[in-house]
Write a protein that binds this ligand. Structure first.
Ligand SMILES: [Zn+2]
Length: 215
């Protein structure tokens, strides 16, 4: 779609708590981008909503949203799970991907929904999420996840225990559908209490968001 510009943003604690149901969250959303938002009631599954008018499907039980409509913000919230932005000519998407969603196939599902909107060259961007060094995982559980997602997900924590490598898992899932991943915005949520919320490391209830929209 010539003439359309894609925008995206990964928020930090400085932007305020964007958790669904947080007091004052509606005002913080419009302060960030003053357009109708489609935020999601995330369930760690693989369902994707396609937004055909601004604000459509707000509050839907899903873990990804895509749109080709200008003026519609699509957003996911996370505090260790991976927030992923998908960008293409004339379409944008966001994905909430924890290990269960990754295994369920939420990333290929979201890329498929982008392609159904006519997007051919899709690019992925990874936001802040927990990294292997801080994400201890049971050895048997990790082996099971690796069966579905590949050996790249097997990492080590800083103390040498088995750790799940979420950025590597996101990369592998996207590579499987011919999408490359930029990880330069992905700092570790657990390592940065000054800037980011972490559910695992600090039991934080706050959430940062990933948002994308077209104008
Ligand atoms: Zn860390």
């Amino acid at each position: 779609m010539p003439g359309r510009t894609s925008h995206h943003r990964f928020t930090t604690r400085a932007d305020g708590d964007l958790a669904v149901g947080a007091v004052g969250v509606a005002g913080r959303r419009s302060a960030l981008v003053d357009l109708p938002w489609t935020w999601l009631d995330q369930v760690h599954g693989a369902d994707v909503v396609t937004v055909t008018r601004p604000g459509e499907h707000a509050g839907a039980a899903a873990d990804a949203a895509v749109t080709a409509v200008p003026g519609a913000v699509v957003a996911v919230q996370a505090a260790d799970c991976a927030p992923v932005v998908l960008l293409a000519e004339g379409a944008v998407g966001v994905v909430h991907a924890g290990w269960r969603g990754l295994v369920a196939g939420v990333l290929p599902a979201a890329v498929g929904a982008m392609r159904a909107l006519g997007a051919d060259r899709v690019q992925g961007l990874l936001g802040p999420c927990i990294h292997a060094g801080c994400y201890e995982f049971g050895e048997a559980d990790l082996a099971e996840v690796a069966t579905g997602l590949g050996a790249a997900v097997v990492g080590r924590t800083a103390s040498g225990a088995p750790g799940m490598d979420v950025p590597a898992a996101v990369r592998a899932c996207l590579a499987g559908v011919d999408v490359s991943l930029d990880t330069s915005s992905s700092t570790c949520t657990a390592c940065r209490p000054d800037a980011l919320w972490s559910h695992r490391a600090r039991a934080d209830s706050g959430r940062q968001a990933a948002l994308a929209w077209l104008t």
